[in-house]
Design a protein around this ligand. Structure first.
Ligand code: EPU
Length: 337
């Protein structure tokens, strides 16, 4: 384990923003992590997983702790279910593929999401009708205060749309070290009703899809809409989809009869921020090295050497415009530092 000084964080954030960290250390197990925590008590810390949900707007004047714990193991199984424990530093998509290759179901709709296993519960990652909470059993996390390991059950995590206890009361207090998933071994519950999956499977000429087919369909949809961060820097959806009252939605329908929505409860609906941003004319706009992706307006992109500050400014402009045009506040999903 080596502590590096004045290192560029460009390879460690999927936005590809080039800012320096005063110190950087990659830890491979809990003992190394405890050692680093003990020896850097007074320093400002940034805990980094896959770096896929962060916008760096300035140099980091503390220690970056990169969680690199690897390992996947089956901890219990019966005829129907398997409980798999994955360590926090496992790449999310590689873990999904491992599950699919073993024919463990439940996670296939979450194929190709960037990031690591340990950061997935923080914002309850979700796509194509499934959220992490649907396959989550529990996770272990180390307390930054007393360095004790605590187990969080599903209910303790208080999962919501792109939300969990780790973004609320427990924010900045724990580092997730491993996650246990409950997956199916037979009678897989397939979720193919999310519009584009059905049509993708049709175009693949598949009538009775397996979890492998669904994963392929999701990969194909994501590749067609979302930029590959290895080629164009980005952090996936920059904003959350806003939740508005049905009253406000009905008023908007009078002016915009094509506005899509997803049900939330009796009083509220969720509106796709991507639709609002496209309607506001931002989709595909490029300002030098940064802009809004041409296929998905929810994704802000870095074409090369964009500064985090510029992307932040653009996000503020988008927020103000959406507020002015639709009287809707859209909130960043990405953590801004
Ligand atoms: N839409 C537009 N213009 C756009 C983008 C979307 O009009 O530029 C419309 C689409 O036509 C569709 C609706 O908005 O009617 C929804 O679009 P899409 O299915 O692409 O999903 P989304 O709501 O934009 C969410 C997640 C994505 C996830 C997809 C698929 C959030 C913030 N984003 O996007 O998650 O992949 O659903 O389930 O909830 C991520 O979090 O990084 C992410 C990519």
């Amino acid at each position: 384990m080596k502590i590096f000084k004045n290192i560029s964080l460009k390879p460690y954030n999927t936005f590809g923003i080039d800012v320096k960290a005063k110190q950087f250390v990659s830890v491979n197990n809990i003992d190394e992590l405890k050692y680093v925590l003990l020896s850097s008590k007074k320093k400002t810390k940034l805990i980094l997983g896959g770096g896929s949900n962060i916008l760096l707007t300035k140099p980091f004047d503390g220690i970056v702790i990169h969680i690199n714990f690897k390992g996947i193991e089956i901890i219990f199984e019966n005829e129907d279910f398997v409980y798999v424990k994955a360590n926090a530093g496992e790449n999310w998509h590689e873990f999904v593929i491992w599950c699919i290759n073993n024919d463990f179901g439940g996670i296939e709709n979450l194929s190709l999401i960037p990031g690591n296993v340990g950061t997935a519960p923080i914002q309850n990652i979700g796509a194509y009708g499934i959220e992490l909470k649907d396959v989550f059993e529990s996770c272990e996390a180390i307390s930054l205060e007393n360095h004790e390991i605590k187990t969080f059950s599903k209910s303790a995590c208080n999962f919501g749309y792109r939300n969990s206890i780790f973004k609320q009361e427990a924010k900045g207090k724990y580092i997730i070290t491993s996650v246990i998933f409950k997956l199916t071994k037979q009678n897989h519950q397939l979720h193919i009703n999310y519009g584009t999956i059905t049509s993708e499977l049709k175009s693949m000429h598949i009538e009775k899809p397996s979890i492998q087919d669904i994963s392929k369909a999701v990969i194909s949809i994501r590749e067609s809409k979302l930029p590959n961060p290895k080629i164009i820097g980005n952090s996936g959806s920059f904003f959350k989809n806003p939740i508005i009252s049905k009253n406000q939605f009905n008023q908007l329908l009078e002016n915009f009869n094509d506005i899509p929505s997803y049900p939330v409860n009796d009083e509220e609906v969720k509106v796709p921020a991507g639709w609002l941003i496209e309607k506001a004319g931002f989709k595909g706009k490029r300002f030098g090295d940064y802009g809004i992706h041409k296929n998905q307006a929810l994704v802000l992109v870095n074409y090369g050497n964009a500064k985090g500050k510029d992307i932040l400014k653009l996000s503020k402009l988008i927020q103000i415009t959406i507020k002015r045009l639709f009287d809707i506040s859209i909130e960043a999903e990405v953590n801004i530092l």
